[in-house]
Design a protein around this ligand. Structure first.
Ligand code: ADP
Ligand code: MG
Length: 261
């Protein structure tokens, strides 16, 4: 290890995490640590366990074994809203937006990861909360601008082109002001040009001081922007390292060639 590596602050520590569904081991004793300020990629063929690991980190699934620590705090048993409150936001592989709400409102909702009915009322309906509403709206507009879809602010989410829906998901996740952002295949379905633009957006997000954990199926997409990469195959970590190291790793080549990824 170089001095640079030992002094970097670990923001997320995944420690021997296993997740089983009945007889299937979707995530198998996986460990890695993400440093604050990194773009860290999680790659692997379809079915490798990438999304399951995200669901485990964000509290949707309780791991069968292992520990997850965020900023030195054990978050393994915490509920999803609590984990969101602590500063972890995510997007979903299958886009989850409020279809019949405007792009702007989808982002406004994201500003309140732990919002319940009472708070909802305060923010959107009562007069005394007007100032707060104006601030939330302004911030939402800024985020739409940041991800490049400001012009879509008043359109229903369902009417946005697919690529813009993906960007809207990212804006909504950013609205909670996360320290760590988990992106589940943000470039899925995008053409090569769009993929490059999305990776530029990921770099800009990191430029805001947000650590990024990025799932990607296609190794080439993350090569240019990730500091480090973990490769999963059948739930197991088969490689970890800098992009150049991972690309030439025989186990990684075999895993990808074997499944025409
Ligand atoms: P990836 O995101 O890498 O494509 P997933 O994490 O979605 O992989 O899936 C890993 C494995 O776990 C697959 O075999 C999948 O069918 C299985 N799996 C994922 N979620 C569930 C679930 N809720 N119940 C049962 N099996 C699941
Ligand atoms: Mg997945």
């Amino acid at each position: 290890m170089t001095d640079g590596e030992t002094t970097a602050a670990v923001i997320l520590n995944v420690d021997h995490v296993t997740k089983r569904f009945g007889g299937l081991t979707a995530v198998d004793d996986v460990s890695f640590a993400i440093n604050a300020g990194e773009i860290f990629a999680l790659i692997g063929p379809n079915g490798a366990g990438k999304t399951t690991l995200f669901n485990t980190i964000t509290g949707l699934y309780k791991p069968t074994a292992g520990t997850i620590r965020f900023q030195d705090r054990d978050i393994t048993a915490l509920k999803p809203y609590k984990i969101a409150e602590l500063g972890i936001a995510r997007t979903f592989q299958q886009i989850r937006l409020f279809a019949y709400m405007s792009a702007l409102d989808n982002v406004r909702i994201g500003e309140h990861p732990h919002m319940h009915a009472k708070l909802w009322d305060d923010i959107f309906k009562t007069r005394k909360a007007g100032r707060e509403e104006a601030r939330v709206t302004e911030r939402a507009n800024e985020l739409l601008e940041f991800v490049g879809i400001r012009q879509q602010a008043y359109n229903y989410a369902r009417n946005l082109p697919y690529g813009h829906q993906r960007r809207l998901e990212i804006a909504r996740a950013l609205a909670s002001d996360p320290k760590l952002l988990l992106l589940d295949e943000p470039a899925a379905g995008a053409n090569p040009q769009e993929k490059r633009e999305l990776m530029t957006l990921v770099e800009r997000i990191r430029g805001q001081g947000i650590t990024v954990l990025l799932i990607e199926h296609d190794m080439k997409v993350v090569m240019g922007i990730s500091e480090r990469i973990v490769v999963l195959d059948y739930g197991e970590k088969i490689a970890e390292g800098k992009p150049q190291e991972v690309r030439t790793n025989p186990r990684v080549i075999e895993a990808y060639l074997g499944k025409s990824a």
